[in-house]
Write a new protein. Structure first.
Length: 170
């Protein structure tokens, strides 16, 4: 089974052709990979240039945001000062209201005490027994006996005496 030289030569040529085809395919793949890397590098370079150009925009936006924050802080400071003044005014108004209320209640208590002392000084006894009448949801007491009345009961009888409205009975 020996092959002659021509067959061996042909086998070697076929092997070389196969190797050449494989080398061509690998070269094409290498060229594709290289082109892909070049495209990626080009995109990365463009992105980098865009970012470098975007830094100026970013700095401008940061400066604008800083100005807005500064303006808001100034506004907040004004608002806090206004709120503090309003709170202080409210506290002062409440203190004045409480002081006025205390003074007025003291005045009323003193007036009632004076009226009580004046009544005790009169030393007058009633010549009649007070009569309390409940009429139309209000309480009345007879103050002058024997005078005419404006009250008429449900049975059309009149209640004798003159009556004055009282705030508290019993």
């Amino acid at each position: 089974m020996t092959k002659n030289y021509e067959e061996l030569f042909q086998d070697r040529v076929d092997e070389l052709l196969l190797l050449e085809q494989r080398a061509d395919r690998r070269a094409e793949k290498f060229i594709e990979i290289t082109n892909d890397y070049q495209e990626k590098n080009q995109k990365a370079l463009e992105d980098l240039r865009g970012h470098v150009g975007g830094i100026d925009e970013s700095l401008a936006r940061m400066n604008a945001a800083s100005d807005q924050v500064r303006d808001y802080v100034a506004y907040s400071e004004k608002h806090a000062l206004r709120t503090a003044k309003l709170f202080l005014g409210t506290v002062i108004a409440c203190a004045l209201f409480v002081a006025g209320t205390l003074w007025w209640s003291h005045h009323i208590v003193n007036g009632l005490a004076q009226d009580k002392a004046d009544l005790l000084a009169l030393d007058i006894k009633l010549k009649h027994t007070p009569v309390i009448v409940h009429f139309k949801g209000k309480d009345y007491v007879r103050v002058i006996p024997g005078s005419e009345t404006g009250f008429t009961r449900n049975d059309d009888s009149e209640v004798p005496g003159r009556y004055a409205e009282v705030w508290h009975v019993r």
